[in-house]
Design a binder for this molecule. Structure first.
Ligand code: PLP
Length: 361
């Protein structure tokens, strides 16, 4: 048998092997219908069963309270950078944004197109390491319509280890950490996530929103981005991304079979610990994030000798370890180890890194 391939891409990211096998098996003959699930009407009972089941499974996995709506929307993570202010930021109000890295910055930049935005916390370093400005130093507005933050910065590898306590609706971009650990949904006004990291194919966005926040969208909000339109049409105001929704449903089923979020959280901790411990114990490599805020999903690291970057990427690829190149804005390497990455994949990476250091050190 050939060596297994492990894909460390930050997004679109690998999906569980079992899910891909099921999708392949069902591809041209889904549910004994003689056609694909992507070829049937989104209004048919067969498809509605798929859609409703996916929502039920997600609600179960995340323990989503009944007073929250779950929406399956178009436009990925960035679509929500616009949807959030259009729906939740009235013209005469301000929204607080917490900057911790590249994605929260992009969310802020988009929101600035629609209204008054306050940067309540700037991107912050502690002793030269990526970190989060201590909560006590945040300059939150008295009258903010909401507070927006990114619990896991995919590019920078910075992850919050707490949920900020605010008396304003808390909005979280969980694109790269949703379903990776247990969270208390009731602490949030709205959670959104582009699907292509921990859920399914790109293009789809999941929005979990407290229902009392819905219904105040600005008049010019495009209908497909209006939460009340989407809620009232069960996310089928127009044709939703049906195949992505179906695949997300397969991933939710898979996650339940793994023992749910609690079980996957434990595995994610083990995977991250294995990789960070190796990096910390090997002078050849370096991670530049304060220990407390290190991401369990995205592990950026640098070779001490950056002249070896090209060789590292070539050799790792030849070993079946794909997409380890860091984001172009920060350089270096990055291993994204989402839910679908098995422990064996991280072990294979660590073994390779040890080997590479031995040969080139
Ligand atoms: C990937 C990502 C996005 C962007 O998602 P798109 O679907 O490409 O718009 C936004 N936020 C975070 C945290 C991400 O990781």
């Amino acid at each position: 048998m050939s060596k297994p391939v492990y894909n460390f891409c930050a997004g679109p990211a690998m999906l569980p092997k079992e899910v891909m096998a099921t999708a392949q098996q069902e591809f041209v003959n889904w549910n004994q219908q003689g056609c694909s699930v992507m070829e049937i009407s989104h209004r048919s009972q067969d498809y509605l069963d798929v859609a409703y089941q996916a929502e039920r499974d997600l609600r179960e996995l995340m323990n989503i309270p009944d007073d929250y709506a779950v929406l399956f929307m178009h436009g990925g993570g960035r679509g929500q950078f616009a949807s959030v202010p259009l729906n939740l930021l009235p013209e005469n109000r301000v929204a607080d944004y917490i900057l911790t890295g590249s994605w929260s910055k992009s969310a802020l930049t988009e929101a600035q197109r629609f209204g008054d935005v306050n940067i309540a916390a700037e991107t912050y370093k502690k002793d030269g390491l990526g970190s989060v400005l201590p909560f006590e130093q945040w300059q939150l507005s008295k009258n903010a319509a909401y507070v927006h933050y990114c619990p896991n910065e995919t590019v920078d590898g910075i992850e919050f280890d707490y949920i900020p306590e605010t008396d304003k609706p808390l909005i979280a971009d969980m694109s790269s950490c949703i379903l990776s650990k247990e969270i208390d949904v009731s602490k949030f006004g709205l959670i959104y996530a582009g699907a292509q990291k921990n859920i399914g194919p790109s293009g789809l966005a999941i929005v979990i929103v407290r229902k009392d926040l819905i219904g105040k969208a600005r008049a010019q909000t495009p209908s497909i981005f209006d939460y009340s339109v989407q809620l009232n049409s069960e996310s089928m105001f127009n044709t939703p991304p049906t195949y992505a929704w179906y695949l997300a449903g397969l991933v939710f089923k898979w996650l339940k079979q793994q023992g749910g979020v609690k079980a996957i959280e434990q595995r994610n901790k083990e995977k991250a610990a294995l990789l960070y411990q190796f990096i910390d114990n090997n002078a050849f490599y370096q991670n530049r994030v304060e220990t407390r805020y290190r991401s369990k999903m995205n592990v950026p690291f640098y070779l001490k000798d950056e002249n070896l970057n090209t060789a590292f990427l070539q050799d790792s690829k030849a070993q079946g370890l794909l997409a380890l190149k860091g984001h172009r804005s920060v350089g270096g390497m990055r291993a994204s180890i989402y839910n679908a990455m098995p422990l064996e994949g991280v072990q294979a990476l660590v073994d390779f890194m040890q080997d590479f250091a031995n040969k080139n050190g």
